[in-house]
Ligand binder design. Sequence first.
Ligand SMILES: *Cc1c(COP(=O)(O)O)cnc(C)c1O
Length: 462
Amino acid sequence: MKYLSTRGQAPLQSFADMLLAGLAPDGGLYLPEAWPHFTPAETAAFAGQPYAQVARAVIGRLVGDSFSPAERAVDIAGAYAGFDDRRIAPLVEIGPNLFLMELFHGPTFAFKDIALQVLGRMFARALAKRGGRATVLAATSGDTGSAAIAALGGLENIEVFVLHPKGRVSEVQRRQMTTAPFANVHNIALEGTFDDCQAIVKALFAETAFARAVSLTAVNSINFARIAAQSVYYFTAAAQLGAPPVFVVPTGNFGDVFAGEAAMRMGLAIDKLVVATNANDIMARALNDGVYASGDAQPTLSPSMDIQVASNFERALFEASGRDAQWVREAMGRFADTKSLTLPENIRAALRARYAAARCDDEQTLAAIARVHAETGRLIDPHTAVGIAAVGNLKLQTKGPVVVLSTAHPAKFPDAVRRATGLIPPPPPRLSAVLSAPEKIVDLAADKGLVRAFIEARLPPS
Ligand SMILES: *Cc1c(COP(=O)(O)O)cnc(C)c1O
């Protein structure tokens, strides 16, 4: 199995090299050269299998010969050993044919653990085989940072730099990052938005001399290894339900919902993928109106989705264009220049066949939290609530199961939950510990030169 770039001007790579590189050198995103395929009998047979077994099957087809089956089994077992629910991604029925898929049972209580716990282990293994060091640079709107730190903190030969927008992540999210007791972890609070953080990360990757000198790499959802690991829970949920589900996915950078497209392209029967956004609705506008145009990110109650540029959309565009790398390259170039891209009708039609989209504002988010609590006694977090609100806004025509991805534990966002219900969700013990530990953090202006100098000053001499 080899990986190609969506912009068509980078050499094919093995899974391990793609994993260590993150972004392709031509600025594109990696995808499998050809999707592996599971037959309906194979996907149905996942019902009743332990999560790790399904993960071995799905991830196994994507890694090719980069890791042996025994190595994969060790990494996947290790990744999920620390989860506080043995089902890893349990389904909970909250209404007639309406389910939550709880993805927050990992060490940092958000869905990103599911992929990053696997990725961290494979990353250390690939690096040990290749030799040398790696510098991981990540931009986070809240949850990627802590999940990356939980996965990579304390590993040898890896230095981790995490940029978050100052004051725009919740206190719990910030503390989960800044209280990590690892010398190889460096937290930067950037004076700006998440998009500023992401723009600096991209700009530093584009400085090829610097990127090569420090072996820069990314574990953001632009890294296809994350998509690979996230596609697994679409398989486990569909197999359990026994009918093609509608999946409703609270969306920011389009990574999680694209993992659903990946599962479809690997043969899984899915009725529809619903992209649920907050007021930062670039993706809802792109899918509903055909214009992918970014504005300024607004702070909302679901900060992990406060994003105006959805990097992974490039993957969906590449597939929707029939894998036309030249078109993607030109289109992404135009978008970079003008911040706007009008999608041709053939691409819109291809996207509509798979995706639907709905946005909701903070009022609707709070109403969804209150309604689910009133009807079921459950507290949900504001990101999950955006998904619940989308179900109401869309008036879906489906007789099959509807699965809302529950992407974070409500105790990560106590303020929103309290505003909606008057209740403060009790934090799990692991989360209470971070609320009192000392923080390690540096403030920097949104200037890529400052960030580069900060990184260079903190790398061990080679
Ligand atoms: C990251 C995140 C999202 C958005 O996921 P994308 O893959 O960026 O679309 C949604 N909810 C929570 C809680 C998150 O941490």
